[in-house]
Design a protein around this ligand. Structure first.
Ligand code: ADP
Length: 587
């Protein structure tokens, strides 16, 4: 209804503003004509007011008419006519100011424009009035129905109020019932609350007890943690100590000059030291488990396995000797020792084994045994001969001719000399061994020494001994010792080159040294034996036959020459003979 009233108001506005516009345009027209006819400026006052007001009214009317299409179209035409007319009036006034004349055409144009405006305004007004009637009708309709609407609204409001009242009343009743229930519940709740507080108290005291227990538990836990830590530290340090002692133990085994290894309690090898690998030339994988058996001499293997088994079963230390193969294929005798490592309960934890190379000791022992055998044999031969000679003299006492007796005495003398020589050698090697070889140096003639050395031998053998050298070669030596060396070399030539017939002895000066050479033309000595000839107890075995001798003559000779500051050596060729030579400083 309000909107409808507003539209009615608009229509009235449009009609009144259109009227005003027409009136103002008429004023402007009249004022123009007044000025054009009189040329008096006062007439223009009305024109000036009218123009501005018309423009304002046009804008306002345009606004009011905006919702009415027909009106908008008619009004835009009115606006165009007014604008056109106003500009023509303006032009006419300007012309009048310049030319000072009134154009008949202008008057006519003015009249036509005004007629057009009138007819457009009539059209607009009639349209608007029609619209106004429609709007008034609508407005009336709304005005009439408003009362009915108010009555219906009041009825509805009343109905709502009644319904609300009923609702509120029933709600109040419900509330009252609820309040009663609430009261009962509250009472129950109070009872429950009391029980709850009693329970709470019980819980609190239980909680306090629990707290105490917890504290106690925390203390125990802390003590346990401290104990565990302590234990862990002890275990750690014990483990470290063990690892250290284990690594020390392995290090000791590594630096041992012997072969060393360890076995599990069952006897499996789980470690070898470096010496084992360098001796056998084999790696761990090759010799682990039963691989070590490859190293044992086939003839000793059964014995080795048996000894090993016996020791493992006895759980006590033991030892045995076997031959083990070196990387170059040589078998050398080893002393194997095995010892168990037991824990406090006496259980075997592991076995430690060592193998010591005793080949050299064995050889020395063999040499010593040989030496004792040979020495006994060597001593026994002249002693037997001496014994039989003496027995013969005793048996034939009184019946012996002088010639016979002297022959026997010479034979006995030879035996005694031989014995004395052997005993001298034995005593002498003792001295050499103990480093007690002293020299009594004298200035002597070398030719004399060599002749003296050979005199006995020449008489006793068929050998031709040629001595070539300076008769007046004076030297500073221990004559007895140099004589001993020459006798030894010539004796050896006689002994080992029996078919030589000739022995040549040369001596001469070589710078500040004297060089003496003893040459025989016997079987010679194999080249591979030459480096060992001057070793103690060394004897060359040739053709299966064993020549008599202690294997110490050349050794003693080399010690005497060394003591003099000289050198001893040999050149030999098989089948052609040998030349033994030695040097010493002349003075
Ligand atoms: P032995 O007392 O046994 O003779 P030696 O030390 O004097 O000991 O000699 C060592 C070895 O050298 C002898 O066993 C012998 O085989 C060898 N020999 C020494 N001289 C000669 C030689 N002139 N011809 C061949 N062999 C020799």
């Amino acid at each position: 209804m309000l909107k409808s009233g507003k539209l009615v108001e608009n229509s009235y506005g449009v009609i009144s503003k259109t009227d005003s516009i027409v009136t103002l345009m008429k004023d402007a027209e009249a004022s123009q004509y007044g000025y054009l006819l009189t040329n008096k400026i006062e007439f223009l006052k009305l024109y000036n007011n009218s123009e501005k007001k018309v423009m304002v009214l046009l804008r306002e009317t345009e606004y009011l008419i905006a919702d009415h299409q027909m009106g908008v179209m008619t009004f835009s035409k009115i606006k165009a006519v007014i604008k056109g007319r106003l500009s023509v009036i303006k032009l006419a006034i300007t012309n009048r100011q310049i030319v000072d004349t009134l154009s008949k055409d202008q008057v006519i144009a003015g009249m036509i424009a005004m007629q057009t405006l009138n007819s457009l305004v009539v059209q607009a007004l009639s349209g608007e009035k029609l619209l106004l009637q429609e709007r008034l009708l609508a407005y009336e309709t709304f005005s009439k129905s408003i009362l009915t609407i108010i009555i219906i609204s009041a009825a509805v409001a009343f109905a709502i109020s009644v319904a609300s009242y009923t609702k509120v009343t029933s709600t109040i009743t419900d509330l009252e019932a609820l309040r009663k229930i609430l009261f009962i519940k509250e009472q129950e709740t109070t009872g429950l609350n009391e029980k709850l507080s009693a329970a709470n108290e019980a819980i609190t005291s239980a909680n306090i007890e629990l707290l105490n227990n917890n504290t106690e538990l925390a203390n125990s836990r802390n003590r346990l943690i401290a104990l565990t830590n302590n234990l862990a530290n002890q275990v750690n340090s014990r483990t470290e100590e063990l690892a250290l002692s284990e690594s020390r133990f392995r290090l000791i085994l590594q630096v041992l000059p012997q072969i060393a290894w360890t076995n599990t309690p069952e006897g499996d090898v789980d470690f070898y030291n470096q010496k084992w690998f360098s001796y056998t030339g084999m790696g761990f994988d090759e010799t682990k488990n039963q691989g070590w058996q490859k190293v044992i001499h086939p003839d000793d293997l059964d014995f080795n396995i048996q000894c090993f088994k016996t020791i493992i079963e006895s759980e006590e230390q033991g030892e045995f000797e076997i031959r083990e193969r070196r990387y170059d294929g040589d078998y050398r005798c080893h002393l194997v020792k095995m010892a168990p490592l037991k824990n406090e309960e006496g259980d075997v934890q592991m076995w430690v084994g060592t193998a010591t190379d005793i080949e050299d000791i064995k050889q020395l022992q063999r040499q010593k045994d040989d030496f004792i055998n040979i020495t006994s044999h060597e001593l026994k031969t002249p002693l037997t001969s001496l014994k039989s000679t003496i027995q013969l003299i005793e048996a034939m006492q009184g019946n012996l001719t002088e010639k016979h007796l002297s022959t026997l005495i010479v034979r006995a003398g030879k035996g005694v000399n031989k014995l004395a020589y052997l005993i001298d050698e034995l005593l002498y090697i003792g001295k050499v061994n103990e480093g007690q070889l002293n020299l009594n140096m004298e200035r002597v003639n070398l030719m004399d020494i060599i002749r003296d050395s050979c005199s006995g031998i020449s008489m006793a053998t068929e050998f031709q001994i040629n001595i070539i050298g300076d008769e007046n070669f004076g030297v500073l030596v221990d004559p007895d010792r140099i004589e001993q060396v020459v006798i030894n070399l010539v004796n050896n030539a006689v002994k080992y080159a029996p078919l030589s017939e000739v022995i040549d002895i040369n001596f001469q000066a070589h710078g500040s040294y004297a060089l003496v050479q003893v040459t025989d033309y016997g079987p010679g000595i194999p080249e591979d034996k030459l480096p060992f000839l001057f070793d103690r107890y060394y004897r060359v075995q040739m053709g299966g036959s064993q020549h008599s001798g202690l294997g110490i003559g050349l050794y003693i000779s080399s010690e005497i020459i060394k003591k003099h500051g000289g050198v001893i050596g040999v050149n030999s060729e098989l089948g052609r003979g040998s030349t033994f030579w030695f040097t010493f400083p002349i003075s």
